[in-house]
Ligand binder design. Sequence first.
Ligand code: PHE
Length: 446
Amino acid sequence: MDRGQFSSKFGFIMAAAGAAVGLGNIWGFPTQVASNGGAAFVLVYLILAFCLAYPALMAELIVGRATRHNAVIALPMLTDVPLLKLGGKVVGIAGLITVAVILSFYAIVAGWMFASALEPVLTTLGFTQYGQWVSTFGLSRNIVFTVLFMVATVLIICGGVRQGIERWSTRLMPALVVILLLLIAYMMTLPGALKGLEVYLVPDFSQVFDGGLLVSALGQAFFSLSLGVGCMLIYGSYMSSKENIVQVGAWVTLIDVGLAFVAGLLIIPAMYVAQHYGVEIFDQNGQLLGGDTLIFKVLPSLFAQMGSIGVFVAFAFFMLMSLAALTSSISLLEVPVAYVVESHNVERKKASWGIGALITAFSLIIVFNFEALFGLVIAITTRYSQPILGIFFCVYAGWVWQRNNALTEIKKGNAGAQHSIFWAVWPWYVRFVCPVFILAMFIHSL
Ligand code: PHE
């Protein structure tokens, strides 16, 4: 069958970085920084992302490109042992289910982002009532924006690898960086920003070895790089064999981690600017406010304080969030769509709309039972499912697969790979270091 392929190195890097950079970076990371000791968390996160998440990302990319299939087919291809084949299939299918569930809550949050972008525009244009509706948590608003966001995701995925994913990622990613930098530059001119910068950049070293902090940072790194669900595996399967896969993977990691870092440069100072304007940023226990409160309450009240420029800043900020979410949601939807297209010969458009509809239905079940399901679904997928599956991906790449096959694949775009530092370290990492650390993290989270 004719499989899609990214047209260039730039296209691949933008698409894969777009998949990685999302709500996890711009919302999750700064929030975690706020609730986990500021700069100490930043430091630990940077170390873990490069030392642990990058090798795991490489495992998925290499297996994907070598097999040129979705995870359900790819993992069984790595071995001749029937039981291991079956195991690989189970892991692949578990990844599919996880990814579908992640998308179902992701679409809800992304819908809020888009709604929050519309609010200042509607209010300024005099549609105060609608502005109120889009910015207030409510059933009808949540339904409308979840569905809207899912439709946008499906439309892009219908276009396939080059016309859909690559085309939109190469547009949206640079736009995102520009908006982010403009916002930071503006934020730095406001009173209170420097105080925030200090909290963000000057670590309290006594906190660096805190067990809870280590675990949160590792989990954040794995979620942020989209690991453990076959998402990076499928992107790897669309990468040309001419590319130096080690280098491309390093770029994706650098961009993902870099953008999380840069997002923190915006959000943490923004909180202190908000405080300067009289917005409450600490809870009763003296902790910095995190989660929904930070993004959907503190920031809008900050923007509202800024007068007319606040309208633009609010719009730009929430559009940025929506775009980042969109390049990730397409990668989430691509995983099950690629599976249905390749394994069951369904036409791409049909598969995209069909699976999109199913996931939307599940999203709506969450919306209708918000209190009971929303937090639960996030916890099960990101805290349990992703790390456990991540271990299996590393085990399949490191133990089940023949070492030589991995080397052959790496050498394709990089003839000297055998004598590189990467090859000296990576096989050992995916076999021992990654599984053991992820396991430790999982046990800890129990
Ligand atoms: N990495 C994405 C983010 O940071 C989320 C994601 C997880 C995307 C798993 C795909 C698969 O927002």
